[in-house]
Design a protein around this ligand. Structure first.
Ligand SMILES: *Cc1c(COP(=O)(O)O)cnc(C)c1O
Length: 357
């Protein structure tokens, strides 16, 4: 197989060392003679992995001591429901910035009174709404910091007078976050933190326990915190791979180092999109995501879309077809995607331009 460049939006490219260690562990977990997928999660060897993962997570993200992290199954989509179950009593407001933000809102509306405080659907979610005022009488304000499908991102930690809850599925571990500004941060691992099958929730402990409903046990964060994410069988394999991914991230210099690399990759690709006469970006410049770069053929050149996809495939590009609701192209530049991958994509765009001017 020739060298490929993986720009998949999720599940995403993961560091080769994490994949290699996982292959070893599938054969023989820590010299026990048992495969990672056959071990008991009630063994000392497994508890060490859990503990290492939790502590690396806390260290890399600088999570304060009054927060707990749980690692659960179910996907970010199930967390939409968890959020409403655990925090919605009277009313909650959501920032509707895309498909996932909207789904989170809809899920909360199935539980209680939730509404969109601001929405960017009028221009197909190509920007982040601004100038809205967050009311002080709501239980929480929910944001989606990176809109994976539309390539927009909230790049700073906003000031919020009420508990702030953020879906960071697709930009967690890409920049330093002031965790203390959030009541909770959650997401699926498969965009930037690990493989599919595990989700994370970072929760300020005193934000819980404020709703009067009876919460089903599997949806009650307090129970999962109490049981250290082992109330039921945890997604053992996914957590193992995530732990290896976190170890790799630390060896790369941690969040600040990876952030600098991520910014450089994004700047490289956006510069080419802005320069190249055949393409244009779809997100407003000030809101452009450093994780998901969305672009289309330039006006009048739309007919070249399929040809470019075929050309890019020949050049070894994988996963650059845009989401069906935006069309065009999307290159996801998660942490394990390298500058070399991005340079190869840029070169491919330049060669394609030469064929068509
Ligand atoms: C992918 C994604 C989700 C959904 O994740 P699942 O784990 O597939 O449920 C939610 N929010 C954002 C921002 C995403 O990118």
């Amino acid at each position: 197989m020739d060298k490929v460049h993986v720009f998949n939006a999720g599940p995403c490219v993961l560091p080769q060392v994490a994949i290699d260690r996982s292959i070893e562990a599938l054969r023989d977990f820590k010299g026990t003679g048992v495969s990672l997928i056959s071990i008991s999660h009630r063994t000392k060897e497994w508890e060490e992995v859990m503990e290492e993962c939790r502590s690396l997570w806390k260290e890399l993200l600088c999570i304060p001591d009054d927060y707990e992290t749980v690692f659960l199954g179910g996907g970010a989509s199930l967390e939409f429901l968890y959020v409403a179950m655990n925090f919605l009593e009277n009313k909650a407001a959501y920032l509707d910035t895309g498909v996932w933000a909207h789904k989170a809102l809809q899920e909360a509306q199935g539980i209680g009174n939730a509404y969109a405080l601001a929405c960017s659907k009028d221009r197909n979610y190509c920007y982040i709404p601004k100038g809205y005022e967050i009311p002080s009488d709501i239980d929480y304000f929910h944001i989606t910091t990176n809109n994976t499908i539309y390539g927009t991102e909230i790049k700073t930690d906003i000031d919020c007078p009420v508990p702030l809850i953020a879906d960071m599925s697709s930009d967690i571990l890409s920049r330093r976050v002031d965790v203390s500004k959030y009541a909770m941060i959650y997401g699926g691992a498969q965009k930037n933190a690990g493989p599919a099958g595990v989700t994370f929730a970072i929760i300020r402990k005193d934000a819980l326990g404020k709703v009067s409903r009876r919460i089903p046990s599997m949806l009650d964060y307090r129970l999962h915190i109490d049981k250290a994410s082992m109330f039921n069988t945890p997604p053992v394999f996914s957590i193992f791979v995530m732990n290896e991914t976190l170890k790799w991230l630390k060896s790369m210099g941690g969040i600040d180092a990876i952030h600098a690399a991520d910014e450089k990759k994004a700047a490289t690709l956006y510069a080419e999109i802005d320069r190249n006469s055949l393409f244009r970006g779809t997100a407003d410049k000030e809101d452009r995501s450093i994780m998901n770069v969305c672009f289309v053929m330039a006006d009048g050149r739309e007919g070249l879309q399929d040809e470019f996809l075929a050309f890019a495939k020949q050049c070894g590009m994988v996963g650059i077809k845009g989401h069906r609701s935006v069309g065009g192209f999307r290159a996801s530049l998660y942490n394990a995607c390298t500058q070399e991958d991005v340079d190869a994509l840029v070169k491919c765009m330049q060669e394609f331009e030469k064929l068509h001017i």
